[in-house]
Ligand binder design. Structure first.
Ligand SMILES: [Zn+2]
Length: 97
């Protein structure tokens, strides 16, 4: 999937249409985790029990989930604020020009 590098869209902070940069956000803030959620994250990344491969890899082998959800956000060039993501975009591969 190819996305343009810049889009003119509504900025809720400026309350008008402005030129906004398309940004792909990678990773995220995990913060302080409990032992249970650390174990869950480990299992998602490494696989465990009935899912011996990492989650995405496992889904690929089982023939489901051919695409990933990418975190796409828009950064306003006027006020510098970024939009929050709602659901992201599903795509096999993402390219931002
Ligand atoms: Zn703005």
């Amino acid at each position: 999937m190819k996305l343009p590098g810049e889009v003119r869209r509504y900025c809720k902070f400026c309350k008008e249409h402005t030129l906004q940069k398309v940004v792909q956000v990678k990773g995220g803030h995990r913060g302080v985790l409990t032992a249970g959620s650390r174990r869950k994250l480990y299992n998602i990344e490494h696989g465990y029990g009935s899912t011996p491969y990492p989650m995405f890899e496992h889904a690929k082998r089982m023939g489901v989930k051919q695409t990933k959800r990418y975190d796409i956000r828009y950064k306003c060039t006027k006020c510098g604020k970024m939009t929050t993501q709602r659901r992201g975009k599903r795509a096999k591969k993402l390219e931002i020009k």
